[in-house]
Design a protein around this ligand. Structure first.
Ligand SMILES: CC(C)(COP(=O)(O)OP(=O)(O)OC[C@H]1O[C@@H](n2cnc3c(N)ncnc32)[C@H](O)[C@@H]1OP(=O)(O)O)[C@@H](O)C(=O)NCCC(=O)NCCS
Length: 181
């Protein structure tokens, strides 16, 4: 069942330490190979440049408010997507797209020119999301994922195009509001 979201219900913002239990719960609900305990805390404490973003359901006062999260790393002028996930009941509402766009726009402001990510070859939802923003498949790592030996696809976005991203962002549903831009 897909939720009906109201205007401004979903808020995109930076992740903070108090979010960590919910971010870890989200990660465990979304992946067969979730990040190890402490990995998100490590990202928040990291001195290296990164971006940790969440989407929060502002209508929930008690319970799982964090409904999506994404972590990006900078490697020179490349923005690497470390992880992105949306809680299953909140999918197909453009929250993943919005989070990715915000990450790319913030990353570009911080000096990133291009972007890179890895995705399971069979993850068609994620592949569609990335390709929609212009990521292209540039490589394959056979048997990369240890849990089921699935291949990884390597995708790059050769140029972070701000105008194009802002145009897509403009078309996002009004249920999503952002602390950025
Ligand atoms: C991949 C994921 C983050 C997408 O999040 P989402 O909020 O549901 O995606 P959006 O609603 O923003 O969709 C944006 C685009 O992605 C693609 N997409 C998303 N879900 C899709 C689905 N179920 N089937 C096909 N395409 C899909 C579509 O191109 C979609 O655009 P459209 O709605 O105009 O068709 C989400 O499915 C998820 O968390 N999956 C589990 C974790 C995961 O696999 N993360 C990626 C690791 S690399």
């Amino acid at each position: 069942m897909i939720l009906t979201l109201t205007e401004g219900q979903i808020r995109l913002r930076r992740m903070s330490v108090v979010d960590l239990p919910e971010v870890e719960a989200l990660d465990q609900a979304c992946f067969t190979d979730p990040w190890p305990a402490g990995a998100f805390a490590h990202e928040l404490q990291s001195e290296g440049p990164n971006l940790c973003l969440v989407a929060e359901d502002s209508r929930i006062s008690d319970g799982q408010k964090i409904v999506a999260a994404a972590v990006f790393w900078f490697i020179l002028d490349e923005l690497h997507l470390g992880t992105i996930s949306v809680l299953s009941g909140y999918r197909k509402q453009k929250i993943g797209l919005a989070l990715l766009i915000e990450g790319l726009l913030l990353g570009q402001q911080m000096g990133a020119q291009s972007s890179l990510l890895e995705v399971r070859a069979g993850n068609s939802e994620a592949l569609n999301l990335y390709q929609r923003l212009g990521y292209q498949v540039v490589g394959r790592r056979p048997g990369y994922y240890q849990d089921n030996q699935e291949d990884a696809l390597l995708l790059t976005l050769p140029q972070i195009e701000v105008a194009k991203l802002k145009m897509i962002r403009y078309m996002l549903p009004n249920s999503i509001k952002s602390d950025f831009f």
